[in-house]
Write a protein that binds this ligand. Structure first.
Ligand SMILES: Nc1nc2c(ncn2[C@@H]2O[C@H](COP(=O)(O)OP(=O)(O)OP(=O)(O)O)[C@@H](O)[C@H]2O)c(=O)[nH]1
Ligand SMILES: [Mg+2]
Length: 226
């Protein structure tokens, strides 16, 4: 009887778990963000920024909310390490792409990498959040400027692609356009914590909603086939 009740209690109080990957160029501030999330959401504070070095592989952080557990995977952003990102795509429920809003010289490189993420078929339907990090610095681009910079970069990219392959233009244009139109961009300072709770709130809501969408789809599919 005890085991039955214990099992029932565990079943009723179990939390749903979601995996969220944090990617972006090296130096964008991904690990600083993960450690800040740990500090804000758990009893054990995250690492001090001065103790954080470049990530070789992955770091993990668990955020336990009242009904949900969010498992964050911060992946190394150096060129040679980016090739492991796709191994996490199949099992993730949301993607956070961090851009260094202060480093104008590397914005183009950041958008090129972002473009491959945005176009990856495995995560085409997964919520995607773009974080314009380092908002605490006086020279960082604002959220509006970051969005404009990305749109200008993307426009330029489409123009050159159209010149090279005019036949592909229509179909690819529509898919990309809707992904970009629904893209959420938030400003944060991983170092000081500004905007970090808003980002976690957004992720929490979106993973819940997309799980519901999938549930609705499954119910509909079952109903239709039944
Ligand atoms: N001013 C400021 N500096 C930041 C912020 N976030 C990160 N940094 C600094 O940016 C540098 C790189 O931060 P990391 O968190 O190691 O960057 P990363 O994206 O994890 O880099 P890789 O592990 O190499 O992929 C460090 O010197 C951080 O202190 C921020 O919000 N504001
Ligand atoms: Mg790192």
């Amino acid at each position: 009887m005890y085991h039955l009740l214990k099992g029932l209690h565990e079943y009723l109080t179990r939390k749903e778990e979601f995996s969220i990957i944090i990617i972006g160029l090296d130096g964008a501030g991904k690990t600083t963000l993960l450690e800040k999330i740990k500090t804000l959401y758990s009893d054990a504070p995250g690492l001090e920024p001065s103790k954080i070095g470049p990530t070789v592989g992955q770091n993990m952080g668990k955020v336990s909310l009242p009904s949900t557990i969010l498992n964050f995977f911060d992946l190394g952003g150096q060129r040679g390490i980016r090739s492991i990102w796709h191994r996490y795509y199949d099992d993730c429920h949301a993607v956070v792409y961090v851009i260094d809003a202060q480093d104008r010289e590397r914005l183009g490189e950041g958008w090129e990498v972002f473009d491959t993420v945005l176009s990856s078929p495995q995560i085409l339907d997964v919520p995607l959040l773009l974080l314009a990090n380092k908002q605490d610095t006086p020279t960082s681009l604002s959220v509006t400027e970051i969005r404009q910079d990305y749109e200008a970069w993307d426009h330029h990219r489409r123009e050159s692609a159209r010149r090279r392959h005019p036949e592909d233009e229509a179909e690819e244009g529509e898919r990309r356009k809707s992904r970009i139109a629904s893209l959420e961009v938030l400003g944060v300072s991983a170092l000081e914590g500004q905007g970090v709770r808003e980002a976690v709130d957004w992720l929490f809501l979106r993973v819940q909603n997309s799980r519901q969408d999938l549930g609705d789809k499954a119910t509909k599919a079952g109903w239709m086939s039944g």
